[in-house]
Design a protein around this ligand. Structure first.
Ligand SMILES: [Zn+2]
Length: 284
C-alpha cells in the first residue's frame, strides 16, 4: 500500500517523493494491536528514510483499493459545528456518509472509524478533522470527493482587511488578510475558545494565545488590533493560519463551534500531565 509520508505535502506529489510503500497486511495487524501503531515497521524497503503517515492504519483497514483523506476547508467548515454536521448530513444524504466523532489521529481514530463503518461505506466525515473517500478507482474517488466538495462549498463572508497602526512585537509581523480574526469581536471569541482540528494544534499550538510565551507560539492575537505571526514562521504554519481564516469565513454566525478541548490538545502535543496542568493554570 502506498501511503503519504509524514511531514510531506500532497501538493508536492508530482515533484518529489512523498509516498512510502508499506506492507498492508502488517499495517492491518498494527491497527489491531500488533506493533506500536506507527507502521514504521511495515515499510517494505528498509533503505527508505520516510516515515508513513500517523493515519496509515485507517488507510489499511478500509477495504477499498483507493482511500483518499483530506482536511478541506469546505468539510472543516461543517464538521467543527453541530449545526454544520446536520447540514452536511442533509446535503450528502444520498451518499450515505458515516460521521465519526473526534479521536486522536492514529490508533484511537482508526478504532473509532472501524466501529462505525460497514463494508459498503465509501464516505466518512471525521468530526473536527476532515474527510475520507473510498472507492475502486482513483476516478471513482475523485468524482465522489468533488461531489462532496461541491455540495459543501460555501461562499466566504466579506471581511475588512485593516492593517493595524501599532507596531508588531519584535520578531513578529502583522498577518495581513487574517487580521480580521482579532479585529472582529465574534471571530475573536471563536478563535480564543479553543482548537477545532488536529493540524491547528500540531502547527500553531493549542488555540491562539493573546501574548507571547515560553512555548514560542508562531501566532499571537492582539485583541481588537490584529494577528501577529513570527517572521520565521514555516510555510505550514502560515497555511494553517490561512486555513483558520478560510474556515471561519464559511461558518455561519448562528452555528456554534465545538473545539476538541484541552485534553485532546495536550494529547496531540504529547504533553505529560504536569505540562498540561501548568498550561491549564496559566490559561486561568
Ligand atoms: Zn487527517
Amino acid at each position: 500500500m502506498w501511503i503519504k509520508a509524514s511531514g510531506k505535502e500532497l501538493a508536492d506529489a508530482l515533484t518529489s517523493e512523498i509516498f512510502v510503500a508499506v506492507d498492508r497486511k502488517a499495517a492491518i495487524g498494527e491497527a489491531h494491536g500488533a506493533g506500536d501503531g506507527t507502521c514504521k515497521a511495515t515499510i517494505l524497503d528498509p533503505e527508505v528514510q520516510l516515515r508513513p503517515s500517523i493515519e496509515t492504519t485507517f488507510h489499511a483497514v478500509l477495504e477499498w483499493r483507493v482511500v483518499a483523506h483530506s482536511h478541506s476547508v469546505a468539510v472543516l467548515s461543517h464538521v467543527i459545528s453541530p449545526q454544520g454536521r446536520v447540514a452536511a448530513g442533509a446535503l450528502l444524504e444520498d451518499l450515505n456518509p458515516v460521521f465519526v466523532p473526534y479521536a486522536k489521529p492514529g490508533l484511537p481514530l482508526t478504532g473509532a472509524i472501524t466501529e462505525r463503518i460497514t463494508p459498503r461505506t465509501q464516505l466518512i466525515l471525521l468530526e473536527n478533522h476532515g474527510l475520507i473517500v473510498c472507492g475502486r478507482t482513483t476516478h471513482e474517488v475523485d468524482t465522489l470527493m468533488q461531489a462532496v466538495e461541491t455540495r459543501l462549498r460555501r461562499n466566504p463572508v466579506e471581511v475588512t482587511d485593516v492593517m493595524p497602526n501599532a507596531d508588531p512585537m519584535p520578531g513578529f509581523e502583522w498577518a495581513g488578510e487574517q487580521n480580521w480574526l482579532a479585529q472582529d469581536e465574534h471571530a475573536l471569541a471563536r478563535v480564543t475558545s479553543g482548537s477545532f482540528y488536529p493540524d491547528h494544534v500540531v502547527f500553531l499550538g493549542p488555540g491562539l494565545p493573546m501574548e507571547d510565551n515560553d512555548d514560542g507560539p508562531p501566532v499571537v492575537l492582539s485583541p481588537g488590533v490584529g494577528v501577529q505571526i513570527r517572521v520565521d514562521a514555516t510555510e505550514a504554519q502560515k497555511a494553517m493560519l490561512r486555513c483558520l481564516s478560510d474556515v471561519l469565513r464559511r461558518v455561519p454566525a448562528d452555528w456554534t463551534l465545538e473545539s476538541i478541548g484541552p485534553e485532546a490538545e495536550a494529547e496531540l502535543l504529547n504533553w505529560d500531565a504536569e505540562k498540561y496542568r501548568q498550561w491549564l493554570a496559566a490559561k486561568g
